[in-house]
Design a protein around this ligand. Structure first.
Ligand code: DGT
Ligand code: CA
Ligand code: CA
Ligand code: ZN
Length: 480
């Protein structure tokens, strides 16, 4: 901002600057202020603007800031035990990444809460402190805004600061159609307050049921009638986990340790799915080792109680769409996961054909992390997901919502598409250690954003109902 064509020309002609990085370096070296017509003030403004942009673009994985956010809320609650403290914004909507944290509290006296925030040990910088809003930056670079409102407008403020902006715009449009006005203080008609204390009252006054935060994206939630709001899937609905590793390849815990930890979480089953031989770096299993692992799991199942270990494999999908392991060993498994771990740069056509062909293998059960994205670091590979989902429907196999917080793949939009097609989605931890079962909560958050109810998720099925579904993908009837 503030750089007109003349200044831009001077920067280009005299310093050869063509991008932001070069501009930043030149400004930091004091070269910009020496140009005619620019000066020290402009240089300072340039540096500030670059810093703002860098800050504005930085986002955080939800999983990475969850412990931070929870600790901060606990800290504020300890200061004012009467106050309600809620995290709004994208965090409350369970978005996979979060730009900043929007905290909301109600209290007659805001200052103890504001003081507690600015003096919090993790705060690196105080941007603003006031009676209604305080903003700080934590050491990680995460910005936190705290707003304190009166109890009487808590619901309206929570609704407003939960967003999303698109949802709020739709809410405002609906209010206007009804001759009402809505803002963070409440819903009014001709200046008279109709609703503000709770979110429920606000939505009700608009003729809407309470809308779960995960749905507030202007993706159809404004058309929901009372009674039609989905009963969104919950973490406690999961009966098992179908994708995990162990010490045989790149996992850190043994099969037995994984089973014990899963049983402690109340799971009825897990499926062991180690990598296949093409992944030499992680000592992927070849046919011989997989045969032996199958025997080993049979033995462990004889010994343990309270949980069933299913036998699986995460088989690499090779370039031509064939699977990395021979048919006869795959036939001994309860399920086969297919994964793309190589050749991310194939053309859209080739990548799509590759995956469709893999799904046609007679033993194919579940497509893992279908787009290969790594949040904040790697884009998805180019693949026609709607075609893949339609193929899954025809083939009668399943797709994964990989709950590793860096993946969350399929994403919420594609999950919604799978749901609408009737393709069941498996929410899996892809655990490499027992602690990774924690991933599942982030997967469930993403699933809720896709309007998933329990029935849309494969691994909410009890084992007895799961077995025939898995068996059918492998062309056989369930074992008795
Ligand atoms: P983020 O932080 O980028 O992950 O996403 P949000 O959704 O948390 O966005 P943020 O922090 O800018 O604002 C929090 C909520 O406050 C947002 O979801 C809706 C509401 N809000 C903020 N600014 C505006 C605005 O200018 N217009 C409207 N309608 N709503 C706003
Ligand atoms: Ca935010
Ligand atoms: Ca914010
Ligand atoms: Zn895996």
């Amino acid at each position: 901002p503030g750089l007109g064509p003349k200044k831009v020309k001077a920067l280009f002609d005299e310093l050869g600057i063509t991008n932001l990085d070069e501009l930043k370096q030149a400004a930091e070296a004091g070269k910009v202020q020496k140009l005619s017509g620019l000066g020290a003030r402009t240089e300072k403004q340039i540096l500030e603007a670059i810093e703002r942009q860098a800050g504005a673009e930085k986002r955080f994985l939800r999983a990475e800031i969850t412990p931070v956010a929870e600790a901060l809320v606990a800290h504020l609650r300890a200061v004012d035990s009467e106050a309600r403290v809620t995290i709004g914004g994208s965090y409350r909507r369970a978005r996979e990444t979060v730009g900043d944290l929007d905290l909301l509290a109600d209290s007659a006296d805001a200052s103890p809460l504001m003081d507690a925030l600015v003096s919090y040990e993790d705060v690196a910088q105080v941007l603003a402190q006031g009676p209604t809003k305080t903003s700080v930056v934590l050491r990680s670079g995460l910005q936190v805004d705290l707003r304190v409102v009166e109890s009487s407008s808590y619901g309206a403020a929570l609704q407003y600061f939960t967003g999303s902006q698109a949802h709020n715009i739709a809410v405002r449009r609906l209010a206007q159609q009804k001759g009402l006005k809505v803002n963070e203080y409440g819903l009014t008609r001709d200046g008279e307050r109709l609703a503000s204390e709770t979110e429920e009252s606000l939505y009700e006054a608009l003729g809407l049921p309470w809308i779960p935060p995960e749905l507030r994206e202007d993706r159809g939630e404004m058309e929901l009638h009372a009674g039609a709001v989905p009963r969104l899937v919950e973490l406690s609905d999961l009966r098992g986990d179908l994708h995990m590793h162990n010490t045989a390849t790149d996992g850190k815990n043994s099969i037995r340790e994984m089973a014990d930890a899963a049983r402690e979480r109340g799971f009825e089953y897990i499926c062991i799915t180690d990598h296949s031989k093409r992944l030499t770096m992680v000592r992927g299993l070849d046919e011989d080792r997989l045969h032996r692992q199958i025997d080993e799991i049979d033995e462990i199942n004889e010994e343990i109680t309270g949980i069933t270990i299913l036998k699986g494999s995460e088989v690499d999908i090779l370039e031509d769409g064939s699977l990395d392991l021979a048919h006869d060993v795959l036939c001994r498994l309860d399920m086969v996961i297919g994964s793309v771990h190589s050749l991310f740069k194939l053309s859209r056509e080739k990548q799509t054909e590759r995956v469709l062909r893999a799904m046609d293998a007679p033993t194919f059960t579940l497509l893992a992390h279908p787009t290969g994205r790594l949040l904040l670091s790697r884009d998805p590979y180019d693949i026609d997901v709607p075609r893949v989902l339609e193929h899954a429907r025809q083939r009668g196999c399943f797709v994964e919502l990989n709950a590793n917080p860096q993946r969350l793949d399929l994403d919420d939009r594609y999950c919604r598409m799978a749901r609408d097609l009737g393709v069941l989605v498996s929410i899996d931890s892809d655990a490499h250690r027992t602690h990774d079962f924690e991933n599942l909560r982030y997967g469930v958050g993403q699933a809720r954003r896709a309007w998933f109810e329990k029935e849309h998720v494969l691994n909410t099925r009890p084992l007895a109902a799961l077995r025939p579904l898995l068996a059918a993908t492998m062309g056989r009837k369930a074992d008795a």
